[in-house]
Design a protein around this ligand. Structure first.
Ligand SMILES: [Zn+2]
Length: 227
């Protein structure tokens, strides 16, 4: 197990693209990571593909709460919830539009192995649109029981994990009545993923492809751009 720093390009803030099928996906899957990233200079674009007006407003508040101080853009697209496979072309076109105007360093999005059809559709399309970014696919606990075998772990300090829980409850009042929406689910998964990476709490992601560049080769003139 080797820890790799997630560092910004020289002189630039790290830029992140966070994609969710539904309001609350991004924060459940990667809220701790976002809170940690927001402690440094950060440029972020939030793209949420479905959601009623009420839930979109919740997500807008959540984006600002989880990314305080970030240079933040939030976009909603109102596609039909539970039907993203049926509007596959629209999802692809939306993500292609985003890619034309924004080149993030890191993409945080659902996984192609997710059992929810909306999450899975996004996870299948992301790598067809974005080729040159670090794509971290987050996990969402759910009835389907699709927890997989993650490949990337982000330890989350206890105070940020606590803040994540508080913000989830505060930012998404419409979801509090769901039988799975509770601290034990969120904290239990974080503790399990923490145990797997020798931390107290962690969020886990899948990265299906990464390129390792030795530091010397990454420096200007160091041969890092060789084909
Ligand atoms: Zn979702």
């Amino acid at each position: 197990m080797l820890s790799l720093p997630l560092s910004a390009p020289a002189g630039q803030p790290l830029s992140v693209l966070a994609i969710g099928a539904h309001p609350d996906d991004i924060e459940i899957g990667a809220g701790g990571l976002l809170l940690g990233l927001a402690e440094s200079r950060l440029r972020a674009r939030y793209v949420v593909l479905t959601g009623t007006q009420e839930r979109q407003q919740e997500a807008r508040n959540a984006a600002q709460s989880f990314l305080p101080g970030a240079d933040l853009t939030v976009e909603f697209f109102g596609l039909p919830e539970g039907r993203l496979p049926g509007v596959w072309v629209s999802v692809k076109e939306i993500l292609e539009d985003v890619a034309r105007s924004y080149t993030p360093d890191v993409i945080i999005a659902p996984s192609s192995a997710d059992a929810h059809q909306d999450h899975r559709t996004i996870g299948e399309i992301v790598p067809t649109v974005f080729r040159d970014q670090l794509y971290l696919a987050y996990e969402i606990p759910k009835w389907d029981g699709d927890m997989g075998r993650p490949s990337v772990y982000v330890p989350v300090p206890a105070h940020l994990m606590q803040l994540k829980l508080e913000l989830l409850h505060k930012c998404f009042p419409s979801q509090r009545g769901r039988d799975w929406w509770d601290d034990e689910v969120f904290l239990g998964l974080a503790r399990l993923r923490g145990m797997e990476c020798r931390a107290r709490y962690a969020e886990a992601f899948t990265c299906s492809k990464s390129v390792i560049v030795p530091a010397a080769a990454a420096r200007p003139g160091g041969g890092g751009d060789l084909p």
